[in-house]
Design a protein around this ligand. Structure first.
Ligand code: TXA
Ligand code: MG
Length: 339
């Protein structure tokens, strides 16, 4: 894995202190970082992504010792979950502490917090805290996924450069992100007497959360109306390639490919079953037939297929077991996107 040297980390910290943007790898996807306590720096994130300002950002912390600088009325289960899963791909939504700028919370009374597990992200966060931690010494780096709004999250440094180019001052290169899909988001802001709400499924599953808290998280409702975008990942359409994408059961793929070809349409196919015949497609990608390997390769593969010059990306339907749920969620949203 490529690693940043001390000079690069020093440059990243200096840029953050100056209110500039720094992209960095996490174990899930690359983030587009800024001083989370500096509203002007946070505004630059929204501008670079083309993201509406009422969509809250996740604040990344060097460790759970920093939690109380950002959240208040922290329920016991938040400490249990941070102990069990941080550093790691779990974001906790908590009530925001006094003075946390609403720029980073999308105007809400809650804030999203996580400690990422990537060594480069942790090195950056620790150096950032040691250098004073930005405005008010809060030591948080706000970082949404480093893609344009609604598009596929980047899992390699080149994806960030291709998509954001000059909009970002520095991209720290940590190689390919090992998890490959965004963190699980759990809302704990309703207090200890309410079950947690699962706002976005991810690598940390509902069952793993239930084992720690003793409460099965409630699924969040699907929100599609104009007043719903507080959780962008909860919009029906998200995480999308520019090419239309359709999910097709394995047994129907042959027939669908044939029909599209007959109609003069070029299609790409993303499959996972080893036994599946490729058919006559313009581009073919095969991802591993197990969820972790599939997730790791998914976004890079969708980017490649998006550039294959086809009319449609067909994706072999995934198994319906819990282990595939977070990936199925991302693909369903990609299939919903308007173009
Ligand atoms: O894995 C990840 O979570 C990556 C890496 C970079 O950490 N970040 C990421 O950020 O996916 P983003 O902004 O692309 O998605 C974060 C999601 C958004 O859907 C946002 O609305 C939600 O977290 N979120 C953040 N703060 C929230 C809050 N206070 N209440 C509800 N949802 C919140
Ligand atoms: Mg995102």
């Amino acid at each position: 894995m490529p690693v940043a040297d001390a000079d690069e980390i020093g440059l990243a910290v200096a840029l953050l202190q100056a209110g500039e943007l720094v992209a960095f790898p996490t174990e899930t996807v690359y983030g587009l970082g800024a001083d989370a306590a500096n509203p002007l720096a946070v505004a630059r994130i929204f501008a670079a992504k083309g993201r509406p300002a009422n969509h809250p950002l996740i604040v990344h912390l060097p460790g759970d010792a920093y939690l109380e600088r950002w959240a208040r009325e922290i329920p016991d289960c938040a400490w249990e979950l941070s102990e069990a899963f941080w550093p790691g791909p779990l974001t906790l939504i908590l009530r925001r502490a006094p003075g946390v700028p609403t720029a980073v919370t999308g105007g809400q009374q809650t804030v999203g917090l996580r400690v990422p597990a990537h060594p480069l992200a942790l090195t950056l966060l620790r150096a950032w805290a040691e250098a004073g931690g930005g405005v008010g010494g809060r030591s948080g780096i706000a970082a949404p996924s480093a893609n344009r709004f609604g598009r596929i999250s980047p899992t390699e440094a080149t994806h960030v450069r291709q998509e954001l180019g000059e909009r970002v001052g520095l991209v720290l290169d940590g190689g390919r992100c090992p998890v490959g899909i965004e963190s699980t988001i759990l809302d704990l802001s309703r207090g200890d007497d309410q079950p947690p709400r699962l706002l976005r499924p991810g690598r940390i599953s509902a069952a793993q959360i239930a084992l720690v808290t003793g409460l099965w998280p409630e699924p969040a409702g699907r929100e599609t109306g104009d007043d719903a975008p507080r959780v962008p990942g909860s919009l029906a359409a998200h995480y999308a390639p520019a090419t239309p994408l359709r999910i097709v059961p394995a047994e129907r793929l042959g027939e669908v490919v044939e029909r599209l070809r007959g109609g003069g349409r070029r299609c790409a196919l993303l499959c996972h079953s080893a036994s599946l015949p490729a058919g006559d497609v313009t581009a073919l990608s095969r991802l591993p037939d197990e969820p972790w390997g599939y997730a790791r390769g998914l976004y890079a593969t969708l980017r490649e297929l998006d550039e294959a010059g086809v009319d449609l990306i067909l994706v072999e339907e995934l198994p319906t077991t819990a282990a595939w749920a977070a990936i199925a969620d991302r693909l369903a949203r990609a299939a919903c996107a308007p173009r």
